[in-house]
Design a protein around this ligand. Structure first.
Ligand SMILES: NC(=O)c1ccc[n+]([C@@H]2O[C@H](COP(=O)([O-])OP(=O)(O)OC[C@H]3O[C@@H](n4cnc5c(N)ncnc54)[C@H](OP(=O)(O)O)[C@@H]3O)[C@@H](O)[C@H]2O)c1
Length: 328
């Protein structure tokens, strides 16, 4: 089998490489793509040496599965060449997520939407992915009507340049203040919270907030789901956390909610300790805690969910989809 990894030198791409090494037969042959500046970089996978290639049309051959994490522009421009050469493309960018004919897949929720003819498959937004993993078993039991998610997004969600900025700012210690300008975000992010994640859109919400709205509806199959999102960027390296207030059609039972969540593969409820981004970094599971029944209605569940944005939020879900596709 031949697998191409596009964006192989990035944060998501390097996690994809590690997960492929763990989950695929060592005989798999890889082709690694990145920008011109990484051309020729050496990477070892399953004891074999590979050299990163520049992503350009002439270098694209036939692969069975191609995993894209090199930004939306690269996906929009190059995915078609991979598909035309017979490959399944699993794309981490937002380029095709809302296309009607492209499945938006969270493994464990809706991978059965993938068929042999779905050559292009989108991996959802990292914050949305963690949240829908918590909502799916609850929705199946109580029917989700609306939700108010408030997200605390980690810096690695913006890529390696943002992480470098966080590291540099952290090293400044007490010398860092709000006048410091050499930052990835419009304000320093170390020791800080910026009450906007992503870019503002015309309606005053950020694109990250609108992903909560549109992608949750598509993944959960609830086209009229009401979503009132707010997303902040926080000075955390990895692990997106979300407080969510979810309203259901039916009255919830807290003990049953805990059981439903714990019985859902890939989800863990922590009762005795508070799961934080540092706890979830490097973990495949989505962690949940602070389950509370609403103060104003018995149909409301308030909870905290946190997941590794580079794993279930990106690389792990993509590789889970790749394993599913391998068996089609
Ligand atoms: N980080 C997350 O938590 C997360 C979660 C879900 C989805 N995503 C999506 O995944 C993608 C990558 O994110 P990331 O965090 O891994 O970013 P990153 O660390 O900045 O890595 C970007 C990757 O894209 C490659 N690239 C950039 N420009 C290119 C070009 N012109 N041609 C070919 N390759 C190019 C880079 O290669 P060089 O090293 O050669 O520059 C690198 O391999 C983005 O679309 C992002 O939205 C990220």
């Amino acid at each position: 089998m031949k697998i191409a990894i596009v964006g192989a030198t990035g944060l998501v791409g390097s996690n994809i490489i590690q997960l492929c090494e763990k989950n695929f037969n060592p005989e798999v042959e890889y082709t690694l793509f990145a920008s011109k500046s990484s051309d020729g970089k050496k990477v070892t996978i399953s004891n074999r040496e590979y050299f990163v290639k520049e992503l350009k049309k002439e270098n694209i051959e036939a692969y069975d599965i191609s995993l894209f994490s090199a930004g939306g522009e690269r996906s929009k421009h190059y995915a078609k060449y991979f598909v035309n050469n017979g490959s399944f493309v699993i794309d981490n960018s937002s380029a095709f997520r809302m296309n009607e004919d492209v499945p938006l897949v969270v493994h464990g929720i809706n991978e059965n939407e993938i068929t042999t003819s779905s050559k292009l498959i989108s991996n959802p937004n990292c914050t949305t992915m963690g949240l829908v993993m918590a909502l799916k078993p609850l929705h199946d039991e109580y029917t989700l009507v609306s939700m108010t998610p408030v997200a605390y997004q980690a810096v690695s969600g913006s890529g390696s340049e943002a992480v470098q900025s966080l590291n540099n700012e952290t090293l400044l210690g007490d010398k860092l203040d709000s006048n410091y300008k050499d930052t990835y975000y419009p304000k320093p992010i170390a020791r800080n919270v910026i009450p906007l994640a992503g870019n503002l859109t015309d309606n005053g919400y950020s694109d990250e907030e609108m992903k909560f709205v549109n992608e949750s509806r598509k993944i959960l199959g609830i086209p009229n789901l009401i979503v009132e999102p707010s997303n902040a960027r926080v000075g955390v390296r990895t692990g997106h956390g979300t407080f969510c207030s979810a309203v259901f059609e039916n009255e919830i039972d807290l003990e049953e909610c805990t059981n439903l969540l714990n019985n859902f593969e890939g989800v863990e409820v922590w009762n005795d300790s508070l799961p934080t981004p540092i706890d979830v970094e490097g973990k495949n599971e989505v962690l949940i805690s602070r389950l509370r029944q609403g103060l104003s209605s018995k149909n409301i569940l308030n909870f905290w969910v946190v997941s590794d944005n580079l794993l279930k939020g990106a690389a792990l879900n993509a590789v889970q989809i790749a394993k599913f596709v391998e068996k089609l």
